[in-house]
Design a binder for this molecule. Structure first.
Ligand code: AMP
Length: 269
């Protein structure tokens, strides 16, 4: 596995050799790799000749007062994990590589980026869309892999690829969960054992919402009832939306940690 840290070295590492151009699969991440990330890498490995992983805690997608500084970072461990997962090329830039002095171009998603996470985190999807567009233009993958865990992000990135007519495909992979149902997230390390117990109300609420939907009643009401019964968390939103398919999505604060999760409402039982 090759590790590169600059745009120039990334371009060199990607320059095609003689013969057929490889099929490139890109997995963009913020690092602190877990099994959710590994599932994206496995999907890319199965489909593509060359797997490119980016590790970049993108300052542009964090708002003022959010957890940019304390976001978990463990590059040495991520490099070992990526190597074991069969990654060919790892791109781990510093912010100055991506946003050099004078950088001033932003991609602003439309309606799909304005509600739910877009309301709770103004500017978040502008940062996401901008870094994804930069990575797509630099790496020129045939496919880029994203997790359904961040369903609105999938919807934003698909809209970006469609609107800018980028010649690539976005692949949405299922959410990977711990045995207790909690969706894997780099932020789960912040949860104390008590907070983790409270956080389990989030997947429970979504399952209750899904069951209600299947029996013809209101998914949002059913999910909210479960969340409201858990004193250890504060509900940010519970809502149905078309996020790359009809989705029940929720965000909660558990202590100072913000967690999001969702279920597809039209998935097979
Ligand atoms: P992050 O490093 O949190 O920005 O996530 C990088 C990619 O991994 C995004 O496409 C996420 O949606 C995806 N991802 C994060 N957690 C999970 C999970 N539990 N299951 C599947 N994909 C995930």
């Amino acid at each position: 596995m090759k590790v590169v840290r600059t745009v120039a070295d990334l371009r060199t590492a990607l320059s095609p050799g003689p013969g057929r151009a490889p099929r490139i699969g890109l997995v963009p991440t913020m690092g602190a790799l877990h099994d959710g990330h590994l599932s994206l890498l496995a999907a890319a490995r199965a489909d593509c000749d060359q797997v490119v992983l980016s590790l970049f805690v993108n300052p542009a997608q964090f708002g003022r007062g959010e957890d940019l500084e304390k976001y978990p970072r463990d590059e040495a461990s991520d490099i070992a994990t990526a190597e074991a997962a069969g990654v060919d090329l790892l791109f781990a830039p510093q912010p100055e590589q991506i946003y050099p002095d004078g950088y001033d171009t932003w991609i602003d998603p439309g309606k799909v980026g304005t509600y739910l996470e877009g309301t709770a985190r103004p500017g978040h999807f502008r940062g996401v869309a901008t870094i994804c567009a930069k990575l797509f233009l630099l790496v020129k993958p045939q496919r880029a892999y994203f997790g359904r865990k961040d369903a609105q992000q999938v919807a934003v990135v698909k809209q970006l690829v469609r609107d800018l007519e980028l010649p690539m495909e976005i692949v949405a992979c299922p959410t990977v969960r711990d045995a207790d149902g909690l969706a894997l997230s780099s932020r789960n390390v912040f949860l104390s054992p008590e907070e983790r117990a409270s956080a389990l109300a989030l997947p429970r609420a979504l399952q209750a919402g899904l069951a209600a939907h299947r029996s013809g009643s209101d998914a949002v009401r059913a999910a909210r009832a479960v969340l409201d019964a858990e004193p250890g968390l504060r509900v940010d939103y519970v809502a149905e939306a078309d996020l790359d398919g009809p989705t029940l999505a929720a965000a909660v604060m558990v202590g100072s940690t913000r967690l999001i999760d969702n279920v597809l409402l039209d998935a097979e039982a």
